[in-house]
Design a protein around this ligand. Structure first.
Ligand code: SF4
Length: 381
């Protein structure tokens, strides 16, 4: 498969993949520990090309963060976005404010609202039902991808309902799919340190399993680059792969880089100003591609790892980029220096610059239109 691999461990794993064998936990651990990044990336690139060719997809989406009020404000130490109800900067959108923020979707280009926020005691089932109904009524062509597993469990708790009944009620109001946030790292020891009161990893999987059983597709994530070990990462990936074997309900895997600015954890770790390394960012994507053999889509989140690194990641197993976004708040609250949105031309340029073919997709990863690559400019012209 790969003719020149310096690390014998990666060469052995390349042989397994060429033979159609599934990687085990020890293989994933070895990949995280290897410094042969280029060989790992080339292997992930081959696996990705076999599934997706040279096409790189994106969605014309818009993020809406309706409330930053959160009951876990003091226990999610990695978060810089949340506020207590009376704290300076706390906000909760009215329906009119949500519709005003969504108004740019009237251009007909936006195809997806990505809606996530805090665990707000005053944002229960009725708040989101009213929001989704109004969004569907005003923008019937726009898909609603909303509420992480953690938010679904929060609504269930305050409304004294089951996860299943909350999902059914929200689907009736217009919910189409769930985003993958809130997974952080599933390890109980890590959660204790960075998100002590957050929904347990097994329950995150449980909410997604319930959604899949109802026919609601979801994404999944892993927050990395904080206190987790390579072993923790592998166990997390294994839980995702096992659920995908069981239900096939995940659309994409999206690793999320921890940002240490403006949050308690960053100060505790003396990490402020020091984001994840480019090597680790690329390895997270590539190992995810190799280990999650039952996923078709691996997404790079340019807001978190930068546009240049996302572009390079298109040669490390990635076939999907975060979309146009419009106005992102959560990662900018913890020090992301990337723009809060990208134009369509900017995304096309980024993908074409990597020698790939850009394609707009819908929220279920059906290709809507392919942008044929223009002929390359002559050098020196
Ligand atoms: Fe709340 Fe989510 Fe921030 Fe935790 S990470 S404090 S659940 S908004």
């Amino acid at each position: 498969m790969l003719s020149q691999v310096a690390d014998p461990v990666v060469a052995r794993i390349a042989g397994k993949i060429a033979a159609g064998e599934r990687l085990d936990a020890a293989d994933a651990l070895a990949l995280y520990g290897s410094h042969d990044l280029i060989a790992i990336g080339a292997l992930a690139d081959q696996v990705n090309r076999a599934k997706n060719g040279d096409t790189v997809t994106f969605a014309a989406n818009q993020h809406i963060n309706p409330t930053n009020v959160c009951v876990l404000r003091t226990t999610c130490t990695f978060c810089g976005y949340a506020r207590l109800p009376k704290e300076a900067g706390a906000y909760r959108y009215t329906l009119d404010q949500v519709l005003a923020e969504a108004a740019s979707a009237a251009d007909g280009l936006t195809k997806e609202f990505h809606i996530v926020g805090g665990l707000d005691m005053k944002a229960g089932l009725a708040y989101y039902q009213e929001m989704f109904r109004a969004l569907k009524s005003n923008f019937p062509h726009v898909h609603i991808k909303a509420l992480t597993a953690v938010e679904i469990a929060h609504i269930a708790r305050i409304e004294k309902m089951t996860w299943r009944d909350v999902l059914i009620a929200l689907r009736e109001a217009g919910l189409d799919t769930l985003p993958g946030g809130g997974a952080e790292t599933f390890s109980a020891a890590v959660r204790e340190q960075i998100a002590g009161k957050k929904l347990a990893g097994a329950d995150y999987i449980g909410v997604h399993r319930t959604a899949h059983e109802l026919g609601i597709r979801t994404n999944c994530t892993m927050l990395y680059g904080h206190v987790e070990t390579h072993q923790d990462r592998v166990e997390h990936l294994m839980m995702l792969r096992n659920l995908q074997d069981e239900t096939g309900g995940f659309l994409a895997y999206v690793p999320l880089a921890y940002h240490p600015d403006d949050n308690v954890l960053g100060r505790e770790l003396h990490r402020e100003g020091t984001a994840t390394s480019g090597v680790d960012d690329l390895k997270m994507l590539a190992v995810g591609r190799l280990f999650l053999d039952n996923f078709r889509h691996v997404k790079s989140h340019w807001i978190m790892v930068s546009q240049p690194l996302s572009q390079i990641s298109l040669h490390f197993g990635v076939n999907d980029l975060e979309g146009t976004v419009v106005r992102e708040k959560i990662y900018h609250a913890v020090g992301a220096h990337t723009p809060q949105g990208m134009t369509l031309d900017g995304l096309l340029e980024l993908i074409r610059g990597a020698g790939k073919i850009p394609a707009e997709r819908d929220s279920f990863y059906n290709v809507l239109r392919v942008f044929d690559s223009p002929a390359p400019e002559p050098v020196g012209a």
